[in-house]
Design a binder for this molecule. Structure first.
Ligand SMILES: *[C@@H]1O[C@H](CO)[C@@H](O)[C@H](O)[C@H]1NC(C)=O
Length: 132
């Protein structure tokens, strides 16, 4: 890794963590201040510095233009800058990092919010079964 481990753990620890149980619906919050023109945005997993990585949902600022699965929804008013992501019927495989990237025009203007989702099994102490 190119990052020293202490720095990496600092970055990971200071990301918001959201917890859900298998089967629940969870809201990953993301909002931005709306300016004049509609702004494209995306939600992704395995996000990197420049992109949403593995994109799960995209909008053109007014409507959703791509979603990886039907379970991903935007229920907020995106014209007012509420692009919070709803994930229905979460599974343990949904655990991990998510990022919300608002693609403001111009270089390095993107607003990026990252968070960790932890989905826990309802069963106690049984981590032995495989997912996927
Ligand atoms: C954004 O929309 C969601 C879903 O309707 C809602 O629960 C949430 O409170 C809204 N957030 C803000 C900041 O308005």
């Amino acid at each position: 890794s190119f990052l020293p481990s202490f720095l990496l753990s600092f970055l990971l620890l200071h990301k918001d963590t959201l917890t859900a149980k298998v089967g629940q619906t969870i809201l990953l919050p993301c909002t931005y201040v709306v300016k004049s023109e509609p702004v494209h945005m995306c939600w992704g997993r395995q996000c990197n510095l420049l992109s949403c990585g593995q994109v799960v949902l995209r909008t053109d600022g007014q409507k959703v233009t791509y979603k990886k699965e039907k379970r991903y929804q935007l229920e907020g008013d995106q014209r007012r800058g509420n692009v919070s992501l709803t994930i229905e019927n979460v599974a343990e495989a949904d655990s991990g990092e998510y990022c919300c990237r608002i693609e403001f025009p111009g270089p390095l203007n993107d607003q990026k919010t990252s968070m960790n989702l932890v989905v826990k099994s309802d069963e106690h102490g049984d981590c032995s079964h495989e997912i996927g």
